[in-house]
Design a protein around this ligand. Sequence first.
Ligand SMILES: *Cc1c(COP(=O)(O)O)cnc(C)c1O
Length: 376
Amino acid sequence: MRIETRAVRARACHTTTTGDVAPPIHLSTTFERDPDGQPRRGFVYARSESPNREALEAALADLDGGAAAVAFPSGAAAISAVLAALPKGAAVVLPRDLYHGARTLVHELGPRLDLMPRTVSVGDLLAGTVSLPSQPGLLWIETPSNPNLEITDIRAAVAVARRAGWWVAVDGTWATPVLQRPLELGADLVVHSTTKYLGGHSDVLGGAVVLGASAAAFEPQIRAWQQVAGAVPSAFDCWLVLRGLTTLPLRVRAHSAHARALAEALVGHPRLVRVAYPGLPDDPGHAVAASQMQDGFGGMLAIEVDGGREAAFRLLQRLRLFTRATSLGGVESLAEHRASVEGEHTRAPEGLIRLSIGLEHPDDLIEDLMAGLAGL
Ligand SMILES: *Cc1c(COP(=O)(O)O)cnc(C)c1O
């Protein structure tokens, strides 16, 4: 079955005695056992296993082509679970351009778990001018990356990692399994913040780790972080993300088409220094993105305003259809001055505004941005 069908059918996997078409939300924290002490349907206690979580995990594994998925209460909790599953002494190599929360998390939590975080230029790594240290390690990939929308060749990164005996994890939040499936390109693990496109409506926090067959050895540790350490999403949160998945393919294609229309309308604008969008034919990442993504290049866009921070804030104040807020992947368009959000060590230029393109009519969004830019 195609991804649209699988996304819709994901909600049909509940079995109920009443024949519900939309799945019920199971709030019970505990489940009755049979007289001989056996759990009746495999459920004992909701931290260990829950019907809504199981349905969500099955759907997430299926969409990414994974062997298993483990759902978490946030993307950050999913990243933490991956770090906790690595052997002590392992290195974690991060790219320069990266979601700043992931960088902070790896640097804060990594050393406590006896991991060694390092940052490299992925370009240098793929060109062979720097190499991975000879110790067990995880190469972390984010493509398209935050905030500069840089593209990493996943197949090439996997090849470099394999030669060093390393694992590869890809943060799939921005691309979603609709546009990019890293496990099919050789990666071992995919991490999602389901808070973003998978939930899709800016009303639920969540995360997930999807494991490829090559990552089976990590599953017990990642499950322990969820079930034993207690990093569990609520039944309602699982239900909301599962509902989001049913429309994910349609939404992501529309987000991508709208972002592309905006990028094409904005490129070359005299008040902009740069429009970063991998769907633009002249974008430095376009060819690689086209080779590993399908059906679009995503709904995220970065524009760099001429005049730095001050001009960027003036533009933000003038926009009517973009809400000034962080996060992404919801139906509404959001705009954010990334440098002030990320603080001291940001790689975002002072004039950079990150746009999450929503499902409004793209012409309305273009008109809003053009009017804002005209007033600068
Ligand atoms: C938001 C985000 C995260 C973190 O997810 P939370 O759900 O906020 O914990 C991780 N990676 C990327 C790329 C994100 O955009």
